[in-house]
Design a protein around this ligand. Structure first.
Ligand SMILES: [Zn+2]
Length: 396
């Protein structure tokens, strides 16, 4: 049996339909009651809103402390202090990286994420240890959630003696994305840092996703340099800058100039709707043609005790921080955890249409804006045509 028939789904743009899922794809969408079930398993959605599988655009599965008894947060202000605190904590954890990562994966799948991009630490101390563990984890979870891996230099590239080599090795092992971290603010040399990242991407046909916390005009300058390099390397559509706080802290003219450069180079921006720091102005960027999407970033780890891995909740947080109120604005927040995230991650065949991947999530809401506002229970999560979670509970 390879077919599943979803009966009476409410589609995101309105109207009810039946969907026949065959061999991991949406084979047919028809009026309610018109698709013959033949030998398909039938799931009656009872008019529930059916969305494409949510996309977790930025997560750190290797860092989470989920599954452990509560670990009180260690205070520390600067990025360097946080990195040092995390390394101290790492040595005393009673559960393996794999067990913690799988606890969080289970949670995000039960909440409807069928795709994720996971940044994995690479540094002199742990070498490829985290990467090797996460390669195993993603293989075990492949049928429930497809996870892209980013080799993430959490302790910098230039400040570490062997990280450039480890990044190279990680990409050879099947990691799809090369990461970066504050080329100026952390590594202290914008061009040398970007040289390494872009050379590795070219060598391995990898995508790029750079953590950029550098503020103000410094960060804006780095964004424009990343855009210029992306254009020069012909990597449009394959480069992401995560956080990009700078975009929320510069004057209008500088924002317009930087947004135009990002749009022209097709560099996407990821935001986690962060706490009390400047946040990229979503609507102004989207109006300038920039792809903006969302991710959870840290969840219950040394960086933050907050976060729950629910991408509808993340869309709601984006709406909250941006002051979104109209249906159009709430739709924008929704797009950031679905279509825009899929586009930024280079995912083909995404969405609810015939031929697309049968990655779907059903929620009890009357329409998309209400789903963003309410974050309703996930009645059904479907990955590649099969039910993987029901009523918020992962199936065995
Ligand atoms: Zn991050």
């Amino acid at each position: 049996m390879t077919a599943l028939l979803l009966h009476n789904a409410l589609l995101p743009h309105g109207g009810h339909a039946d969907l026949l899922l065959v061999d991991g794809r949406i084979a047919k969408i028809g009026a309610v009651g018109t698709l013959p079930p033949d030998d398909a398993v039938v799931e009656d959605l009872g008019g529930a809103l059916l969305l494409p599988g949510l996309v977790e655009g930025h997560i750190h599965l290797d860092k989470t402390l989920l599954g452990l008894p509560w670990v009180p947060h260690l205070p520390g202000g600067s990025i360097a202090e946080r990195i040092a605190a995390e390394k101290r904590l790492r040595h005393s954890l009673p559960a393996s990286l794999e067990a913690r990562a799988e606890a969080l994966l289970g949670r995000i799948v039960a909440q409807g994420s069928t795709r994720a991009r996971c940044h994995v630490d690479v540094d002199d101390e742990s070498g490829l240890g985290h990467i090797e563990a996460m390669l195993k984890v993603r293989e075990r979870w492949r049928e429930r959630c497809e996870v892209q891996l980013v080799a993430f230099p959490q302790s910098g590239i230039l400040r570490q003696s062997r990280v450039a080599d480890f990044l190279d090795e990680a990409l050879k092992l099947g990691v799809e994305v090369v990461g970066g971290l504050d080329p100026a603010g952390y590594d202290g040399d914008v061009e040398a840092h970007l040289d390494l990242v872009f050379v590795l991407a070219g060598r391995h046909a990898a995508m790029i996703d750079i953590h950029l916390h550098d503020p103000g005009e410094l960060g804006a300058f780095e964004l424009r340099r990343i855009a210029e390099r992306t254009r020069a390397a012909g990597l449009g559509g394959r480069v992401v800058v995560s956080h990009a706080f700078a975009l929320g802290g510069i004057e209008r003219k500088s924002l317009e100039r930087t947004a135009a450069a990002l749009a022209d180079a097709r560099v996407a921006i990821m935001t986690a709707a962060p706490g009390p720091v400047p946040m990229p102005p979503v609507m102004r960027l989207v109006e300038a043609g920039v792809t903006v999407f969302a991710g959870s970033d840290n969840i219950r780890d040394a960086w933050s005790p907050l976060g729950n891995g629910d991408m509808l909740d993340r869309a709601r947080l984006v709406a909250w921080r941006q002051g979104f109120a109209t249906d159009e604005e709430l739709w924008q927040a929704y797009t950031m955890v679905t279509e825009a995230a899929a586009k930024a991650l280079g995912i083909d065949g995404y969405g609810i249409r015939e031929g697309a991947a049968a990655d779907l999530v059903a929620v009890r809401a009357a329409h998309v804006p209400e789903a963003v506002v309410e974050c309703p229970a996930r009645s059904l999560v479907i990955k590649a045509g099969w039910v993987v979670a029901r009523e918020g509970v992962l199936l065995p």
